[in-house]
Design a protein around this ligand. Structure first.
Ligand SMILES: Nc1nc2c(ncn2[C@@H]2O[C@H](COP(=O)(O)OP(=O)(O)OP(=O)(O)O)[C@@H](O)[C@H]2O)c(=O)[nH]1
Ligand SMILES: [Mg+2]
Length: 207
């Protein structure tokens, strides 16, 4: 379960490139990027580490608000993963929150290399306004999106399926497909290889 299928081996070669405070600090807008977004503490950095099969590639923390810049990882010369700051965490200073509230829409709208978005949400919590907003934006812009319901190791199989079904109904009302949601766990690695497969499709669609 904790292995990387051979065709996705390039995830293992992920390297930290930079931590960018602003969009203008990002690498040249060329190649293909997939970003990981979501509520603070949902497990974005942990999911990214699980995808790349590396323990400490992206910094994780029990304290919400750990990732405050756009953290960029290279998979190879043309493909990058972006770990985005979390939204919805009140303790992060107001200035930081407001700056990010403006940066995220700009990134989604203007970053030409952005080929997909993984939204990481806590499988135990219902979708909130920010997640719905992001999902509906992706639906309108036809940006491929995957909603990864993380921490499913904390739920029984039955609870997990219930959470998945209820979120799938929301997705359909937002104009997305029920199959755009999946249960994952950065801890147990459930669903991680499937998510890698989705990223792989996004990374290879344009090359
Ligand atoms: N049980 C369990 N805990 C998890 C899982 N994924 C992440 N966590 C824990 O959740 C906490 C937050 O994880 P992070 O990966 O730092 O979350 P983040 O979304 O990157 O947080 P910010 O960068 O602050 O926005 C850490 O204590 C992780 O160990 C999971 O699949 N299962
Ligand atoms: Mg993080």
């Amino acid at each position: 379960m904790n292995s990387v299928s051979p065709q996705y081996g390039y995830f293992r070669r992920a390297r930290f490139v930079m931590s960018a405070p602003n969009l203008t600090d990002l690498p040249t807008d060329r190649g293909i990027e997939i970003a990981v977004a979501g509520r603070s503490n949902a497990g974005k950095s942990s999911v990214l580490n699980a995808l790349c099969d590396q323990r400490a590639l992206a910094r994780t923390s029990r304290t919400p608000g750990r990732t405050q810049h756009i953290v960029v990882f290279d998979l190879d010369a043309d493909r990058r993963l972006l770990d985005l700051p979390g939204f919805g965490y009140a303790q992060v200073g107001r200035a930081v929150r407001e700056q990010w509230a403006q940066t995220l829409p700009d990134l989604l709208q203007f970053r030409r290399t952005l080929a997909g978005l993984v939204i990481v949400a806590d499988a135990r919590a219902p979708l909130k306004a920010e997640e719905r907003g992001l999902l509906s934006w992706c639906s309108g812009a036809a940006l491929p999106v995957r909603l990864a319901l993380n921490k499913c190791d904390k739920l029984t199989r039955q609870e997990g399926l219930q959470a998945l079904r209820s979120v799938q109904q929301s997705l359909v009302t937002l104009g997305l497909k029920a199959t755009d949601a999946m249960l994952v766990s950065a801890a147990s690695k459930q669903g991680i290889d499937e998510l890698r497969g989705w990223l792989h499709a996004g990374f290879t669609a344009r090359t």
